[in-house]
Design a protein around this ligand. Structure first.
Ligand code: FE
Length: 342
C-alpha cells in the first residue's frame, strides 16, 4: 500500500468512527428481478462513487412483491427494480412504494416514464414490435398493431399468452388509444388469427416465424436484438429470414414499456435509496442499465453504444404515459380473458 492510499484508508476509518450517523447510509438493500452482467458494473460504480454498499436479493417479480408485502414494516428492502409498467403498478397498488422528491430525477426522466406522484420510475424502455417472415409477408401489410387482427392474417400469427404482462400492457395501450369496443375486437381478431395455441416466450415466436410455423409474431424488440448479436449460425439464419416493423409509425407511434423501480415505503435507508435512483438517472448509469438488455435509455442525453439498436434505427414512440398505461392493465386482463386469448 502506498502512502496516499494509506492516508485515505486511515481517513476513511476516522470519518467512520467520528460520524456513526453515516452508517445508516452506507448500505442499500436492493430487491431486483433484473439480472444482467452490466448491472453488476453499475452497482460496483455506484458503491465506488458513494461508498454505499449494495445488498442484492434476486427473484421473480411476483415473488419479490409478495416477499415485500409479507415483510411489512420490518422489510429491509429499500428499492425494488423490475420490468413492465404492469408489475410496477401491481407493487404500487399493494402500497409498497413511497413518492420520491428529487429535482434531479424529475429534470432527467421525462414525465411519460414516471409513475403517479413519482412513486416509481422507468429507467429504460423497450418496444413491442412486429416480426414477419420476409419471404412470405409484404411488410406493407403489417405496419400497424391493427393489421395483426386483420382476417388477411388468419392462421398466420404467433404470440405468447395473453395473460403475460407484455401483452397485457400492449392491450392496455390499445384500450387507451382505440377505445373499449375496438380494443376488444382487436383481441378477438388476434385470437382468430393464431397459427397455434400461445406457448413459449417472445424468442420462441420469432423462431417459429423463421421456421415457417407462422408468418407474423409479436415480440419485444430486445429478443430480436439478442438474436442479431448472437454468433450462433442458427440465430443468424433466423435474423436473415425475419424482418422487424415498429408499428403505428403513421399513427400514435410504437407501444413502449419500461424497466424501472422505486423506493419502498418501509425502506430503512431512504437517503441511500434516493441516491441510488438518482444515480440510475445519470448518463453513465443510463447507458449501462439500457445496454444490459439492449433497451433505450429514458434520459435523452445518455449515450448508448449498441450496434444492434443502431441497426434497428430510430422510431416514433407512443407518448402514452407509463403511469396511465399501468392503470389500464386490470381492464386489459379482463378483455384478454373475454377474447379467449389464453
Ligand atoms: Fe423480457
Amino acid at each position: 500500500m502506498n502512502r496516499s492510499s494509506l492516508f485515505a484508508l486511515v481517513g476513511a476509518l476516522l470519518i467512520g468512527a467520528a460520524q456513526p450517523a453515516l452508517a445508516q447510509e452506507s448500505v442499500l438493500n436492493l430487491y431486483s428481478s433484473r439480472h444482467y452482467q452490466t448491472d453488476e458494473v453499475l452497482y460496483a460504480n455506484f458503491t465506488k462513487a458513494t461508498g454505499i454498499r449494495i445488498n442484492r436479493i434476486d427473484g421473480k417479480e411476483d415473488e419479490l412483491i409478495q416477499r415485500i408485502r409479507r415483510e411489512g414494516a420490518a422489510s429491509p428492502a429499500d428499492v425494488f427494480i423490475t420490468v413492465d409498467a404492469a408489475n410496477l403498478q401491481a407493487a404500487d397498488e399493494a402500497g409498497l412504494f413511497a413518492p420520491v422528491r428529487s429535482k434531479a430525477i424529475e429534470q432527467r426522466i421525462p414525465k411519460q416514464f414516471r409513475g403517479e406522484d413519482n412513486r416509481w420510475f422507468g429507467f429504460s424502455y423497450r418496444a413491442r414490435v412486429i416480426a414477419y417472415n420476409k419471404a412470405k409477408i409484404n411488410a406493407n401489410d403489417v405496419q400497424n398493431y391493427a393489421d395483426l387482427a386483420s382476417p388477411k392474417l388468419k392462421g398466420k400469427l404467433c404470440v405468447r399468452s395473453g395473460g403475460h404482462v407484455y401483452n397485457r400492457t400492449l392491450m392496455a395501450s390499445t384500450i387507451y388509444n382505440t377505445g373499449d369496443e375496438n380494443a376488444l375486437d382487436w383481441a378477438r381478431g388476434i385470437v382468430a388469427n393464431l397459427a397455434r395455441a400461445p406457448k413459449g416466450g417472445d424468442t420462441d415466436q420469432i423462431r417459429a416465424v423463421a421456421a415457417g410455423e407462422c408468418d407474423v409474431a409479436i415480440s419485444n424488440h430486445y429478443y430480436y436484438a439478442r438474436l442479431m448479436a448472437s454468433d450462433k449460425p442458427a440465430d443468424q439464419e433466423v435474423v436473415q429470414k425475419v424482418g422487424i416493423v415498429f408499428p403505428d409509425q403513421k399513427g400514435k407511434g410504437t407501444h413502449v414499456n419500461i424497466s424501472g423501480g422505486g423506493m419502498l415505503k418501509n425502506a430503512p435507508n431512504k437517503a441511500a435509496a434516493v441516491k441510488f435512483l438518482e444515480y440510475l438517472a445519470s448518463d453513465e448509469a443510463q447507458a449501462y442499465f439500457a445496454n444490459g438488455n439492449n433497451e433505450w435509455p429514458v434520459v435523452a442525453s445518455a449515450k448508448l453504444d449498441n450496434k444492434q439498436l443502431d441497426a434497428l434505427g430510430k422510431f416514433k414512440v407512443d407518448q402514452l404515459p407509463a403511469g396511465v398505461l399501468a392503470q389500464y392493465t386490470p381492464k386489459a386482463q379482463r378483455f384478454i380473458d373475454r377474447a379467449g386469448w389464453k
